[in-house]
Design a protein around this ligand. Structure first.
Ligand code: PLP
Length: 441
């Protein structure tokens, strides 16, 4: 292994001396076999500094729906760069993009742009508190909504500390998180309407917002049970709670109008990031006029030096141009190639007698190794059920896949792009079979 990754190993050693941990985001500390260094990417392929080539299913952890460096996006971004990097003022691309988001996204009466998903989530929660005059936010165990203090709870809690699966404690994920916010965060299991109903019957009028990914993507990839999102919508309306869909991963990936378009359920506020600009840094907070109007009126604070950064906005317009123009083909391609990959993994594992769970959608799916016998269809339906997966074995699998030139995320998510070809899928399936046979069977 050391020979294959010689330069990355040396780079990491050097980097650690000046860059905390050698990485710029803690998530990358967990990369397998260790945090590698990359040099270039094109389409579905990526090259590391040692010259190793990978079929990439990490895709920047979600943004690269059109693959690495799509020429139209790069061109639009670079053209704008030469006209100016930042004005810290209005520009015409800005409303071209907000008009487009409003047209595409069902709940987006008004829109604001930022840089990261985390800060857009922060804005949505602030809006919900201001609009309702309530303090408490309800989130679901195993969901991630960014790294800021007031929502970084119970992403991967120890069940022994979090306690009762149906009424888990809100556990801070990071040392140093502002103490006191946990009394304003309620955590419940996802995909469970009876528990939510019971909770709201007692406390519904104290809850400012329910925030959720409409498809849970930070614990496995968990589709909502039939009727779940609709019931969430109805309960929020009943109790005057602001429903927030965090579509940082699902946005523009599960359909042009995100998961809210795919499932036809309209939240009050929504957040996009990642795929909106195919890798350029921009996020979007959008929603009903009743709430976003508080920002428009200057009553609720929202700011940022880099908001609506012209090159990122240009990249987003080019991305949405391509998705609006070629969307049918882009989404059909990902559903087909991703579907082939999901089916293929199941078949190759079955051939070797290895139990495997594969669930989700063509554009994003989850793979894991169950420790107990599980139903094949949707083995993982919330955070606690995900704990029945053998994470250690999967980590081992990931390292072996990377060694074979297939880059995947240690947590089990696979992202597809419109540039993944049938040849990529065939090569990936051969690698899956070889790794399963060598290391697991
Ligand atoms: N929300 C979800 C669902 C995410 O997956 C992420 C990041 O992965 C965020 C919010 C935070 O976005 P960012 O990393 O751009 O701050």
């Amino acid at each position: 292994m050391s020979e294959r990754y010689a330069r990355s190993i040396a780079d990491l050693e050097r980097s650690k001396k000046s860059l905390a941990g050698g990485v710029s985001s803690n998530v990358r500390l967990g990369d397998k076999p260790f945090p590698l260094f990359f040099e270039r990417g094109t389409g579905s392929h990526l090259w590391d500094v040692d010259g190793n080539e990978y079929i990439d299913y990490v895709l920047g952890r979600g943004p690269l729906l059109l693959g690495h460096t799509p020429p139209e996006v790069i061109q639009a971004t670079c053209d704008q760069m030469w006209r100016g990097q930042i004005y810290a003022a209005q520009h015409e691309l800005e409303f071209e993009l907000s008009e487009r988001v409003s047209r595409i996204v069902p709940c987006a009466d008004l829109v604001r742009f930022g840089i990261s998903g985390s800060e857009a989530v922060h804005g949505a929660l602030r809006l919900a508190r201001a609009a309702t005059g309530r303090q408490t936010v309800l989130k679901f165990e195993g969901q991630y909504h960014g790294w800021l203090d007031n929502i970084l709870y119970s992403l991967s809690p120890d069940p022994n500390r979090a306690g009762d699966a149906l009424h888990p404690a809100a556990l801070a994920e990071s040392a140093g998180q502002f103490s006191g916010t946990e009394s304003h965060v309620v955590v419940l299991p996802w995909n469970n309407i009876p528990v939510l109903e019971e909770y709201l019957a007692q406390h519904g009028t104290t809850i400012a917002a329910i925030i959720t990914e409409p498809v849970m993507c930070n614990t496995a990839v968990i589709p909502p049970l039939p009727g779940y999102l609709e019931a969430l919508r109805d309960l929020c309306t009943q109790y005057g709670i602001v429903l927030i869909f965090d579509e940082v991963i699902t946005g523009f990936r599960l359909s042009l109008a995100g998961a809210q378009g795919r499932f036809n359920v309209k939240p009050d506020l929504t957040i996009f990031g990642k795929a909106i600009a195919n890798g350029m840094p921009i996020s979007c907070l959008a929603g009903r006029e009743q709430y976003m109007g508080l920002i428009a009126a200057g009553k609720v604070g929202h700011g940022g030096t880099y908001n609506s950064l012209p090159p990122a906005v240009a990249g987003a317009i080019a991305t949405l141009d391509m998705l609006e123009r070629d969307g049918a083909a882009v989404y059909a391609t990902m559903e087909r190639t991703g579907g082939r990959l999901m089916d293929g993994i199941k078949q190759r594992a079955a051939k070797l007698g290895i139990p495997v769970v594969v669930q989700g959608y063509g554009p994003i799916f989850y793979m894991g190794f169950p420790t107990t016998e599980v139903a094949a269809d949707q083995a993982v339906y919330d955070y606690r059920s995900s704990l029945a997966m053998d994470q250690e074995l999967y980590t081992h699998f990931v390292s072996a896949m990377v060694d074979r030139g297939v880059r995947i995320i240690p947590r089990g998510n696979w992202f597809l792009s419109s540039t993944h070809s049938d040849a990529d899928i065939d090569q990936t399936l051969d690698a899956v079979e070889a790794v399963l046979a060598e290391t697991i069977a």
